[in-house]
Design a protein around this ligand. Structure first.
Ligand code: NDP
Length: 251
């Protein structure tokens, strides 16, 4: 995890609980760590653990961000801009997500749209809004990675179209994460020339509200792995779909 300090600033969406909160918590406890850690939560009043963490770490910044709300995105952009200043933003982690479970017989258009909105459309809109800050950071560095400018989309193994055991009870979720992977691929080629890297990362099956208690990984195990992957990102990873253990997953 030692290269994390080369990242001047990192913004994590969906940091009120689960994987997002654990990323922020692990970063705040890491030494060395990124210069500025910014946690985005849609409702601070309900993010009790995040608020507690901020009490013991006054240098943790919290911004309000419902990733589906344009006004929130614009307000969060202004706040982050004032925090990072001329250095820009080095790493954006699009982690906020929901999982709508629905089989073929149950699934509705509304469920599909809701999952698609939060998991695929919103990461693209958040990224688009924060591009000026990522570009500012990218102009000041060379090579590719979190030391310069990177977008990390938290995807899922369920996004993999080539997987044989695709969970057909999760139409909205699987489809939305497959779409997110295409967002990653498009951004990675669009932004390559500007030195901004984009990857999808699968955190594994993690014990969170979403993953449930039977999950294979604790939050700590998954996030230790994810942060290793993130800190080692380089040009060869651009546009990739990486497992939390570092290997490439089939699309
Ligand atoms: P949780 O359900 O535990 O947490 C989800 C987080 O996303 C919460 O912070 C929640 O905020 C936030 N969120 C949801 N909707 C919005 C929104 N509209 N705007 C802003 N924030 C929002 O899930 P996990 O921590 O487990 O999942 C995090 C990411 O990891 C997701 O993208 C998920 O798909 C992915 N993932 C998780 C796996 C697992 O096993 N846990 C496996 C594979 C992928 P709030 O507290 O306000 O609801």
């Amino acid at each position: 995890m030692s290269d994390l300090h080369k990242c001047g600033s990192i913004l994590v969406t969906g940091a009120s609980r689960g994987i997002g909160l654990q990323i922020v918590e692990t970063l705040m406890k890491s030494n060395p760590r990124p210069g500025k850690v910014i946690a985005a939560a849609r409702d601070r009043s309900r993010a009790k653990e995040l608020n507690r963490l901020a009490e013991s770490h006054p240098d943790l910044y919290i911004v309000t961000l419902d990733v589906t709300k344009k006004d929130d995105i614009e307000a969060a952009f202004k706040e982050v801009e004032s925090l990072v200043g001329d250095k820009g933003l080095n790493c954006l982690v699009n982690n906020a997500g929901i999982k709508v479970d629905s089989t073929l017989s149950e699934v509705t258009a509304e469920e599909m749209m809701k999952n698609f909105e939060v998991n695929a459309v919103s990461p693209l809109m958040v990224t688009k809004a924060f591009l000026p800050l990522l570009r500012k950071a990218a102009k000041q560095g060379t090579g590719m990675g979190i030391h310069r400018a990177a977008i990390v989309n938290v995807s899922s193994a369920r996004a993999s179209i080539q997987r044989k055991d695709t969970h057909v009870k999760w139409y909205p979720y699987c489809v939305s994460k497959a779409a997110l992977n295409m967002v990653t691929k498009c951004l990675s080629s669009d932004l390559l020339g500007e030195g901004i890297l984009c990857v999808s990362v699968n955190p594994g099956w993690v014990n969170t509200d979403m993953g449930g208690p039977q999950a294979h990984l604790t939050k700590e195990e998954s996030i230790d792995n994810i942060l290793k992957v993130i800190s080692n990102l380089s040009e060869k990873d651009n546009g990739g779909f990486l497992n939390h253990t570092g290997e490439t997953l089939p699309w």
